[in-house]
Ligand binder design. Structure first.
Ligand SMILES: Cc1ncc(COP(=O)(O)O)c(C=O)c1O
Length: 490
């Protein structure tokens, strides 16, 4: 319906002109919005008691201004004009997150230790192109292009479940659901298992994507501090007894952000604690395939006598994060609920990505890629550890991961990694300070160095720059402290 039009038959301005001017101003002020259909000329002429030719003349002028466009048989539609002023207070609709990730402040020449992701220079592009070609030219393409199952592309599911049985990461009767990355697996678990106020125990420090997701789902998060051997089990025991959490989420291999790996005994003890507390364990093994030294350890899933552990995997760290393919393995009753949640969320994960990953894996190309990534990862890990030894100020400590993508550094007091970050960025290097991963109180001196995305020479260069900044600051603070009593004496 049009807002009211006031035409004056006694005015010197012809009626078609008055109508044109009023419609034009209604369109330009947004009262008639872009995309709206104007009444047919016969209809509007009838309402206003005008000749139809008068209305047509007004419409012609509007059309020549580009404000409306006539479509034969469908009528005239508003094309131009302004976007109307919004009535919605967009800023108030959603609360801003408490601690977002810092905007990257580095130029393209900078050395970034901020992101825990693979190096795209190592992507085997021609092999990947060959996989795409094989999938696209194979017979099943129309099935892949059709809607699929919320549980995932059947050949990939079978492949993953088969591999998981071989590795001990699935039990007889377990089912698998393919997700859009491990992040969605965590999201689906939160949707199905967490009610507002539910206590959930996670590692502290922890992957912020897990912390923020579970917090938004209403979970009451409690952190078990992570030491060199994973979550400290005496604290975990106290938390389990006192809080009766609904879930315990852990990454026993190369934890993000610390790089810590739980030894076998710690895994067994954690399972005993979880079992006697009756808490469901989620094992996030996203970095598990990236072991550069030492023997692989049995997963919690494998060690769990009851077979109840929920196992999460993903191709994001081992191969291509952009394809968004991850998976959950667990008992069928829970998997059925996850499939329903998956369907409600996005129907299913992109089938082409799944089919290409299946081809990449079953053709042996994934295994070959992983061999190369592990050789390169070992060089990069050795480079970052050596650079820390050589360049970080005395009193610094850092973890000694055997795989994964991250080293956790603790600078000597009173250095604050968050405060020093802008200085590092001005020198062309960045990292994530410990506060981005904190569940409870953040350690000011802590920072994460994600080394896997950088070649060894860039790692050495970057850590040398950081070491220089940290040492200078430490020297400055210490000199200022020494000067204080002297000043007090004068
Ligand atoms: C511990 C952990 N879990 C989950 C994710 C999300 O992974 P994906 O890309 O598979 O969604 C990440 C990504 O950094 C991670 O480090």
């Amino acid at each position: 319906m049009l807002p009211s039009l006031q035409l004056d038959a006694r005015s010197e301005t012809p009626l078609y002109r008055q109508l044109y001017e009023q419609l034009r101003s209604l369109i330009q002020s947004g009262l008639i919005q872009r995309g709206e259909r104007l009444p047919a000329t016969r209809e509007l002429a009838g309402w206003l008691g005008l000749n139809r030719a008068t209305v047509s003349a007004a419409y012609e002028l509007l059309e020549s201004d580009g404000l409306i466009k006539g479509h034969v048989g469908r009528g005239s539609f508003v094309e131009g004009g302004q976007t109307p002023l919004s009535r919605i207070a967009w800023q108030e609709l959603a609360e801003a997150p408490a601690a977002g990730l810092p905007a990257p402040a580095l130029g393209s020449e900078g050395i970034s230790f901020a992101s825990s992701r693979p190096d795209e220079a190592l992507f085997p592009l021609s092999e990947f192109r060959a996989c795409c070609e094989e999938v696209i030219s194979a017979d099943g393409l129309s099935t892949i292009l059709q809607l699929g199952s919320p549980a995932g592309h059947a050949p990939l599911r079978q492949y993953l479940l088969g591999e998981a049985h071989v590795d001990g990461n699935a039990r007889a009767g377990d089912d698998v659901v393919i997700t859009s990355g491990c992040q969605q697996a965590l999201d689906l678990l939160a949707r199905v298992l967490i009610r507002p106020g539910d206590p959930v125990v996670v590692e502290d420090p922890v992957y912020p994507g897990l912390r923020d997701l579970f917090t938004a789902a209403g979970a009451r998060l409690m952190g078990a501090p992570v030491g060199p051997q994973g979550p400290e089990l005496h604290v975990l025991e106290r938390l389990l007894e006192a809080e009766h959490p609904r879930l315990l989420v852990v990454s026993p291999n190369f934890q993000n952000p610390t790089g810590a790996t739980m030894p076998l005994e710690a895994r067994e003890r954690l399972l005993r604690l979880a079992y006697s507390a009756g808490v469901l364990v989620v094992e996030n093994d996203i970095y598990g395939a990236l072991r550069y030294e030492g023997e692989p350890l049995a997963s919690l899933k494998h060690l769990d006598p009851a077979g109840e552990v929920i196992f999460l995997g993903s191709f994001s760290k081992a191969a291509f994060p952009g394809l968004r393919v991850g998976w959950v393995i667990g008992p069928p009753a829970l998997m059925a609920r996850l499939k329903e949640a998956k369907q409600r969320s996005d129907l299913h994960t992109d089938q082409l990505s799944q089919a290409v990953f299946f081809r990449f894996a079953e053709s042996g190309r994934l295994a070959a890629h992983l061999d190369r990534v592990r050789v390169e990862g070992a060089r990069r890990l050795a480079a970052v550890l050596a650079a820390c030894r050589e360049h970080l100020p005395e009193g610094s400590r850092w973890t000694q991961p055997e795989g994964g993508m991250n080293v956790w550094v603790r600078l000597p007091e009173p250095l604050d990694a968050g405060e020093l970050l802008p200085r590092a960025e001005r020198a062309g290097v960045n990292y994530l300070p410990g506060k981005y991963f904190a569940v409870g109180r953040a350690e000011p001196g802590a920072l994460r160095l994600s080394f896997a995305g950088l070649p060894p020479e860039r790692i050495r260069e970057g850590v040398a720059i950081l070491g220089e900044i940290f040492k200078n600051e430490l020297g400055r603070v210490r000199a200022a402290r020494l000067a204080e009593p002297a000043r007090a004496l004068v």
